[in-house]
Design a protein around this ligand. Structure first.
Ligand SMILES: [Zn+2]
Length: 106
């Protein structure tokens, strides 16, 4: 989990950086969930883009951004879901996207 990268990409995409009290969890079956103070959503935590679920949302966002088309074209989607290379491919994508967006906003 890369906290700083998760926060940066969440804000870049215009999503809610959830604000919740880790001590006030709602136990649902075997999962610990929280209610976000900002969006009032029922959440499991903040985005961690190395996880497949959060990553797929990031990938969809990038795919829909005109100005990120060139960046997106450098990656083969199949690598992200690959059992062996998936985690490192997702890490690589998130890290490079972070660097690119930071260089553009500088
Ligand atoms: Zn939220």
């Amino acid at each position: 989990m890369n906290e700083e990268r998760g926060r940066f990409l969440t804000e870049a995409a215009g999503w809610c950086r959830h604000d919740f009290d880790p001590d006030k969890h709602v136990n649902t079956y075997s999962l610990d969930a929280y209610v976000c103070n900002k969006c009032k959503g029922f959440i499991l935590g903040n985005n961690d883009f190395s996880q497949e679920e959060d990553f797929s949302r990031l990938l969809t966002w990038v795919t829909n951004q005109e100005q990120l088309r060139e960046f997106r074209a450098r990656f083969d989607e199949r690598n992200f879901t690959d059992a062996g290379n998936g985690p490192s491919s997702r890490e690589d994508f998130a890290n490079q996207l972070c660097l690119l967006l930071k260089s553009r906003s500088a």
